[in-house]
Design a protein around this ligand. Structure first.
Ligand code: CO
Ligand code: CO
Length: 347
């Protein structure tokens, strides 16, 4: 067993964070072959439209928001990893317009190769974020495994009529993105030891930031929402376009990026997900006037990325100025079009 000081968590795993997910195409192939039991009388939203979380009616209009996310280390500092994994798991509840109540931990830990204090630090990071989210840790499960994995299953609530799904984006809506893009390339650079965590402060601050809305934000102005995570901006946007039966147009120049993003992509700090995310959207994507590096931003797998919010044009200025108090880089990045031609257009 090595001493805690010398251990860099990203060097203990093959793939980090949300880039380690199965691709959308693989998931569709697997799940399409199996008939799972349904409870249509109370399950309002399930996984069939690749929404962020499930909505289960308990006593109308109250619904449960249920979700689960876990992954391998994406940064080297154990406490930071715990913070990012927790903020990322809570995000799917916020992406449904819900308020988290309770969480259960999922922890795989390599007892043979890592000292137990690393586990304590990961859980300390989890507590940091759950206290910010006013969410109680009520249980969990651990397993001795070859590589560290951590995440949460989170339960929250939302009024059924006020829930944000990915199915109600309307033609004419403006699209707001709350956080910059580029955590995938940044974490690939860290894993290859091309940078250290100190050079990724903006990315880490963004990944540990909760996707909760600022106080006073009018939740009713949002028609549809999702968070941008492992499938990248293009993948998550396509899931909204398909579920809402619309097309989406993005302006590349409006997309908020981290200072390092294009440079990291130019240097080839990429993951397998950059390719699989492109494969998923390719037949529905029309790109004009972008360099290869710029196009790769669309497929960059985000860990604990921002929310994509679909807001009526009349409300977008107010929403954006409120959001900027919490998310300084929040920007209007595109609009919703009728569905004719490719589902995703970017210029
Ligand atoms: Co999500
Ligand atoms: Co998720």
């Amino acid at each position: 067993m090595s001493s805690k000081e010398n251990i860099r968590l990203t060097q203990t795993v093959q793939k980090g964070g949300c880039a380690a997910k199965l691709s959308v195409l693989d998931l569709k192939t697997i799940l399409g072959q199996i008939d799972f039991p349904r409870r249509d009388e109370c399950v309002i939203v399930d996984g069939s439209h690749f929404d962020d979380a499930a909505l289960v009616r308990i006593a109308s209009p109250q619904t449960l928001v249920q979700t689960l996310d876990f992954f391998t280390p994406i940064v080297d500092t154990p406490r930071t990893f715990g913070q990012i994994a927790s903020a990322n798991a809570l995000s799917d509840v916020y992406a449904m317009g819900g308020s988290p109540l309770t969480a259960m931990a999922i922890l795989a830990f390599p007892l043979a190769t890592l000292p137990l204090e690393i586990c304590t630090e990961v859980m300390r990071g989890c507590a940091d974020i759950l206290s910010q989210a006013n969410t109680a840790l009520v249980g969990g499960h651990t397993i001795d495994d070859d590589t560290l994995k951590f995440g949460l299953s989170v339960t929250g609530t939302v009024d059924e009529k006020k829930a944000w799904t990915n199915q109600k984006a309307q033609v004419g809506d403006k699209i707001i993105l709350t956080k910059p893009l580029g955590t995938g390339a940044a974490c690939a650079a860290l894993k290859r030891s091309e940078v250290d965590e100190g050079q990724l402060q903006a990315e880490i601050a963004s990944m540990t930031a909760l996707n909760t809305m600022p106080p006073g934000f009018d939740m009713g102005c949002v028609h549809a929402a999702t968070d941008v995570t492992g499938f990248g901006l293009a993948g998550h946007a396509l899931n909204v376009a398909l579920a809402s039966q619309v097309a989406l147009r993005f302006q590349f120049q409006s997309l908020p990026l981290f200072e390092n993003t294009l440079q990291f992509i130019q240097k080839g700090f990429l993951t397998k997900a950059h390719r699989t995310n492109r494969e998923f959207v390719n037949s529905e994507l029309q790109i004009s006037g972008l360099s290869d590096e710029q196009a790769l931003v669309l497929f960059d797998p985000q860990t604990s990325g921002g929310l994509l919010l679909f807001v009526a044009e009349a409300d977008v200025e107010t929403a954006l100025s409120q959001l900027r108090a919490r998310f300084p880089m929040a920007s209007v990045v595109g609009e919703v079009l009728p569905h004719e031609g490719p589902r995703l257009r970017i210029s």
